[in-house]
Ligand binder design. Structure first.
Ligand SMILES: NC(=O)c1c(N)nc(OC2CCCC2)nc1O[C@@H]1CCC[C@@H]1O
Length: 336
């Protein structure tokens, strides 16, 4: 005789199965270290769908079966960001980067080496994800930095975006910011399919990601190969964050977010330039488009004392790569 309590109207394995599926998602997306095959994952999901169909009252909004909403929206609502989503100043040469570092040292009245977090600059769409008590409650585009579009239904369909934070120790209000992008392989497959079906081709992965997020029908977004990589935190309440940006990224990873595996900490601006060179050499081999490297003063205390001018922080800069020629093949097809 099982010792079901009065409140367990459904077999206990539904919640346990949900947690098991969420754990495998965490291993796949946040740790990039899956424990089971995709086929086994799909079998677990199929089992959960069957059990939830049998016991509809057991369905919770963060169940992995609840990623694709049904009704298309008639329009996107506006979201006012509680904290503005900043843009980035650009550097186009080593001299520009050295000048940035000098400005930082001057403003901090220090000749000490500045430690930088070095991140690939993903070429996608910036988004804000708001979590309350660990549950995803809102997804929004950056828009003009102050006002964005509410795309909650669409971000819920992206499997690398946790519907419920993993682990513990996260603040009760946590706004995670990152980039939604389309990996090159997914972009090529999407365009290959569009060629076959005679649909519109996308010019590049960034446009394909933007077009996929601008869909009023989440079922279309759900069928697009989108990923989301977390790279900063906005509004936080009811909890403390680590003192360095690199440790904030480690915390985001522990809470279930995909963070970029190339990220490194440079002890000074010279190591930062070496990072830029190294990634520049492997850029074409990366699975996704990048258009530069983002360098951020790693100490959050120093970030706060540096602040930002207009909408770009004094404590971060993007060192761009030379623009890559667009693929002429596509343009030929378009004008044929
Ligand atoms: N595209 C990126 O990969 C990226 C990144 N890795 N890190 C940041 O840091 C933010 C937070 C402080 C200032 C900008 N921003 C990024 O992209 C920004 C978003 C809006 C304009 C740039 O594309």
């Amino acid at each position: 005789m099982s010792t079901l309590s009065l409140f367990d109207d459904f077999p206990p394995d539904i919640e346990q199965l949900r947690q098991e599926i969420n754990y495998h998602s965490y291993r796949y997306y946040a740790l990039d270290d899956p424990q089971i095959t995709d086929a086994d994952y799909d079998r677990l999901m199929q089992r959960l769908r069957e059990l939830e169909a049998q016991y509809p009252a057991s369905i919770t909004p963060d169940s992995p079966t609840q990623r694709v909403g049904a009704a298309p929206l008639s329009a996107f609502q506006t979201v006012v960001h509680e904290m503005p989503m900043l843009s980035l100043d650009n550097a186009f040469s080593d001299e520009d980067l050295l000048a940035f570092n000098q400005r930082v040292q001057d403003r901090l009245k220090s000749a000490e080496d500045i430690e930088y977090a070095c991140e690939v600059k993903l070429d996608g769409i910036a988004v804000s994800l708001l979590y309350q008590n660990g549950l995803l409650v809102r997804g929004a585009t950056r828009g003009d930095g102050t006002n964005g579009e509410d795309i909650t239904q669409n971000v819920r369909t992206i499997k690398s975006i946790p519907l419920r934070l993993h682990g513990e120790g996260f603040p009760s209000v946590l706004e995670v910011r990152g980039e939604i992008y389309m990996p090159k392989a997914g972009f090529n497959a999407l365009n290959e399919n569009a060629r076959i079906t005679g649909e519109k081709l996308f010019v590049n992965p960034r446009n394909a990601a933007a077009g996929s997020l601008r869909q009023l029908d989440p079922r279309i977004t759900a069928n697009r190969p989108l990923e989301m990589c977390a790279y900063s935190v906005g509004w936080v309440d009811g909890g403390e964050l680590p003192s360095t940006h690199s440790n904030v990224l480690a915390a985001l990873k522990s809470w279930g977010f995909l963070t970029n595996r190339e990220t490194q900490v440079a002890k000074n601006i010279h190591e930062a330039i070496a990072f830029y060179r190294r990634i520049g050499e492997k850029r074409d081999a990366l699975a996704y488009d990048i258009d530069g490297i983002v360098f951020k003063v790693n100490s959050r205390k120093l970030q706060d004392s540096l602040g930002f001018i207009s909408r770009a922080p004094r404590w971060a800069i993007a060192y761009k790569f030379p623009a890559q020629e667009e693929s002429t093949l596509l343009l030929d097809v378009e004008f044929q």
